[in-house]
Design a binder for this molecule. Structure first.
Ligand code: ADP
Ligand code: ZN
Length: 605
């Protein structure tokens, strides 16, 4: 049996070997066991039910919450020569009939269905008439109310086991949250299922967080290093999405907006372009991303703080599904902390909920201001320990400097206190720096004992101090006031000299001209390590892929992933046999596309 699984992996999917726990999962399900699979995004969950479905007698029924997700997987399977279809509300009646006929005739290896369709009497009656290989419940966290994507229809899926007790079920999710996992087991009756828990680490994602100084300039610099690559830029508000997308487009970036306030038609169009074209940057609220299966998203940028560590993990996790280097980058500032604190304080939620939200925010702020390995902190948030610093986050790559900021903290706190705990950071900094602005004079704050006691530091340094004090809870934002800062219960010991404060030194943004290495056109694919000399062939390979994708009406990555093109670029296969040995080239794709790619490769070789 094991060799049958491997054979299918080679011949259908073109991959040389299983990853992580895939093989164990495939064997268990193929043998008829139930399984609960917890694996991060990009870990390779799909093969865990696709291969057993091919091994077992009958059709594999896959429950999936999103139409876009079904289409993607069915496209990819069809390209690989697997007999797969989907049934959902996007199909007309004639096509639905056609799919049902295929199902009844035993001509389908895999059928993807939306949960609400699966649970109709009509569909269950169809299932009674055919052999079923397995039930796969994808995105299983949708059954959980605690989780972030609750779908009431998922609740009904418990029925599958009662009605088809002999059919194995495999539930899969990338949710790292413990409570959600337990709810899945409970709701789907998977107490007896074997659990396969993978590490939630995403080693190919590099994490970076920077204080916001000049957001636009910082974003442009960041995007410069990712020219020609697909990525997502997350913003908190719809307005900011629209503004950011507009000025990026003006600056020559292929940027499109996406948020719930746009017409459904516009949203679909933008999503399609993001999926199908190479190198589109999606500027979006969190409304975008769930079920986006695009493997070659090279970066996720956050211009605002996400809601929680879980949210941050999910959002950044959309980068680098293909395992190639990808970047998660975030900027944040004093304003975010104030806004988020106010949003929590002013929300309608009860006190318990607010306390939880506050804890979630604190853990995120701890991450943002951390001086140690970010990967360790991120995984610790999900109760997983990562033994050594990772070497692939900003803090590991360039360890931040810290400084004894006790005196600065005392000055900042005194300034808050002496001016009556009624002002925001801007005004407080004017007082500290001895800047007798009109407002300072009007309020008589140039007469305060704290006036000018912080003239030795500039405004940027003071903002950094206020931000970090706020993030650490050493001062707090008045929930009612507009960014008003006040002392907190933790301020006292610092003011009395009982507690020392250590802060990180914010890196200064590069000033003036860019460094010469960054001038000139950056090469597309720079973050994949494509050298300038390889550029012409890389572009040719991508051109052939884009052309084939257009002809077949599928996204480029359905033809071949970047990882596969990259392997071709490096190995320069000269004939069909050599091409067949490239990871990602299965028999069907070899037949369909081999010639086109070999033409380009042999011309270069
Ligand atoms: P998930 O659903 O867990 O996010 P996918 O099933 O979409 O992940 O797989 C992520 C990527 O890894 C896909 O591009 C897939 O083709 C690739 N992949 C999965 N398993 C293997 C493997 N054994 N060898 C090589 N690539 C794999
Ligand atoms: Zn690290």
């Amino acid at each position: 049996m094991q060799s049958q699984a491997l054979d299918l992996l080679h011949s259908v999917f073109g991959y040389p070997g299983f990853r992580g726990q895939q093989q164990a999962i495939v064997e268990a399900v193929a043998a008829g066991e139930d399984a609960l699979v917890l694996m991060p995004t990009g870990g390779g969950k799909s093969l865990c039910f696709q291969i057993p479905a091919l091994m077992r007698h009958g059709t594999g029924i896959v429950v999936s919450p999103l139409i876009a997700l079904m289409q993607d997987q069915v496209d990819a399977l069809t390209e690989a020569g697997v007999r797969a279809r989907y049934l959902n509300s996007s199909l007309d009646a004639v096509t639905q009939r056609e799919v049902e006929d295929l199902l009844l005739a035993g001509d389908l290896d895999l059928l993807y269905v939306a949960p609400e369709r699966l649970l109709t009497g009509r569909f269950l009656a169809l299932l009674d008439r055919i052999p079923i290989a397995l039930f796969a419940i994808d995105e299983a966290h949708c059954v959980s109310q605690w989780g972030h994507d609750f779908r009431p229809e998922y609740r009904g899926l418990a029925l599958l086991h009662e009605r088809f007790p002999e059919v194995p079920r495999i539930a899969l999710t990338a949710t790292a949250d413990d409570r959600t996992r337990e709810e899945i087991v409970e709701r789907l009756g998977l107490h007896e299922a074997r659990r396969f828990v993978s590490s939630f680490d995403r080693p190919n994602i590099r994490y970076r967080v920077a204080p916001r100084q000049n957001a636009r300039r910082q974003l442009v610099d960041f995007l410069d290093a990712h020219r020609g690559e697909a990525g997502i830029v997350y913003c908190l508000s719809r307005r900011k999405v629209d503004e950011t997308a507009a000025w990026l487009a003006e600056a020559g970036v292929e940027a499109l907006p996406y948020h719930a306030g746009l017409d459904a038609e516009v949203r679909t169009r933008h999503q399609q372009r993001f999926l199908r074209e190479d190198g589109v940057v999606m500027v979006a609220t969190v409304a975008f991303g769930m079920g986006i299966d695009k493997p070659d998203v090279r970066f996720v940028a956050h211009l605002d703080l996400p809601r929680s560590m879980e949210g941050y993990y999910q959002e950044t996790g959309r980068a680098g599904r293909d395992g190639l280097p990808a970047e998660a980058w975030m900027i944040y500032g004093l304003g975010d902390v104030v806004t988020m604190s106010q949003m929590i304080a002013q929300s309608e939620a009860g006190d318990d909920r607010k306390r939880i939200e506050r804890l979630k925010l604190d853990s995120l702020l701890g991450y943002a201001e951390a001086t140690r390995c970010r990967r360790q902190l991120l995984l610790e948030a999900f109760a997983e320990t990562y033994p050594e610093p990772c070497g692939n986050c900003d803090n590991c790559l360039v360890p931040p400097k810290t400084w004894d900021a006790t005196v600065a903290a005392q000055k900042a706190m005194s300034c808050i206190y002496r001016s009556g705990q009624r002002y925001g950071a801007g005004h407080l900094i004017d007082i500290l720096r001895g800047d007798a602005s009109e407002r300072v004079r009007e309020l008589g704050h140039d007469k305060l004992s704290v006036f000018g006691i912080g003239a030795d530091s500039d405004a940027t340094q003071w903002r950094s101090v206020f931000r970090q004090l706020l993030a650490a809870g050493l001062i707090e934002a008045d929930p009612e006031g507009y960014g008003t800062l006040r002392l907190s219960a933790a301020s006292g010991p610092v003011l009395k000299g009982e507690r020392r404060v250590s802060l990180r030194e914010d890196a200064r943004p590069a000033r003036g001209r860019r460094t010469p290495g960054r001038a000139g056109p950056a090469t597309a694919g720079a973050s994949l390590g494509i050298e300038e000399i390889e550029q012409p062939l890389w572009n040719e390979l991508r051109r052939v892929r884009a052309e084939l994708a257009r002809q077949h009406g599928v996204p480029a990555y359905v033809i071949f992933h970047d990882a596969t093109l990259l392997a071709m670029l490096r190995a320069l296969p000269a004939n069909e046999d050599e091409l067949a040995s490239i990871s990602g080239v299965g028999e069907n794709k070899l037949k369909r596309y081999g010639k086109d790619f070999l033409a380009v490769l042999t011309a270069a070789g």
